[in-house]
Design a binder for this molecule. Structure first.
Ligand code: CP
Ligand code: NVA
Length: 306
């Protein structure tokens, strides 16, 4: 595995399954009171340029459970917010900490940070990618469907960071993937190229009903991501119909599960009824962020794997 986790494209199928197995073990250890302090004395610097509940709390708690500590650093409090180059920030943090987690806008910023850091960098969400969330999603799907191979995922909504990363994660794990977005909101061109070259079962359509047929897993995300608030009104119109509701659920497999990375906007991308009917899975998914990220940190920052 590479030094960093910057996007799902960086992980091989083998890497993903090893992380998922380690995450299952982390979860087991935590639930059974088995010590797993594999990052004793280590520090994770966490840089946030966007809001967060799950990512911040799960990384911070995860580091603590692994025997280390996490530093919550916002862009505005750091000198980056006053123009200090990312290259210098990378070299400075590399002298103090053992890993960096960053949540920001441009994927390039994360790639630059990783290039200039001698310590591992973990992407906690960019406009392009959200790899930690996808590892938690795959972990959750395995818990409910036992395996990933051959399981059909349907993603309905914006071709955003979540969609980009889910396509890569699903196809690398042998899942079937159907995506429905409105015209003009398709996933990133690099991701569509990956899907084409990968040769797995992948479809991209503009009809949510079509994508949902026989799905085992239905996934959606907000219509306007962080940083797109100004476009929210326009998006509301453009995304009408791209909602997980009872009609969509009827197209899917009767035992289909629903995932949402959260925060959710009930009445927009998902109805309150469908959300509550699948709340157990959705909050397992949120919990699994903790276990999946601990597996990633142990792998990248630890002397040994958990
Ligand atoms: N899903 C997710 O990343 O949540 P936060 O924005 O709360 O971190
Ligand atoms: N697509 C959303 C995901 C939030 C976890 C965003 O980027 O805001």
């Amino acid at each position: 595995m590479k030094k960093d986790l910057l996007k799902m494209l960086d992980l091989s199928s083998e890497d993903i399954f090893e992380i998922l197995n380690s995450a299952d073990q982390m979860k087991y250890n935590l639930k059974h009171g088995i010590a797993h302090r594999v990052l004793e004395g280590k520090t994770l610097a966490m840089i946030f340029q966007k809001s967060s509940t799950r990512t911040r709390v799960s990384f911070e708690t995860g580091m603590y459970q692994l025997g280390g500590q996490a530093l919550f650093l916002t862009h505005n409090d750091l000198q980056i917010g006053r123009g200090e180059p990312i290259e210098d920030t990378a070299r400075v943090l590399s002298r103090y900490a053992n890993g960096i987690m960053i949540r920001t806008f441009a994927q390039e910023e994360v790639e630059t940070l990783a290039k200039w850091s001698t310590i591992p960098v973990i992407n906690g969400l960019t406009d392009f990618s959200h790899p930690c969330q996808i590892l938690a999603d795959l972990m959750t799907i395995r818990e409910y469907h036992t395996a990933l191979e051959g399981v059909k995922m349907a993603y309905i909504g914006d071709g955003n960071n979540m969609c980009n990363s889910l396509i890569v994660g699903a196809l690398k794990c042998g899942m079937k993937m159907a995506v429905a977005t409105p015209k003009g909101y398709e996933p990133h061109a690099d991701i569509l190229k990956f899907a084409k070259d990968h040769g797995g079962e992948f479809s991209l359509v503009n009809d949510p009903m079509e994508a949902a047929v026989s799905a085992d897993v239905l996934v959606t995300d907000v219509w306007a991501s962080m940083g797109q608030e100004d476009e929210a009104k326009k998006r509301m119109k453009d995304f009408a119909g791209f909602q997980i509701n009872n009609a969509i659920m009827q197209q899917a497999h009767s035992k289909a599960i629903v995932l949402h990375c959260l925060p959710a906007h009930r009445g927009e991308e998902i109805t309150a009824e469908v959300f509550e009917a699948h709340a157990d899975v959705i909050f397992d998914e949120a919990e699994n962020r903790l276990h999946a990220q601990k597996a990633v940190m142990a792998r990248l920052m630890g002397a040994q794997q958990a």
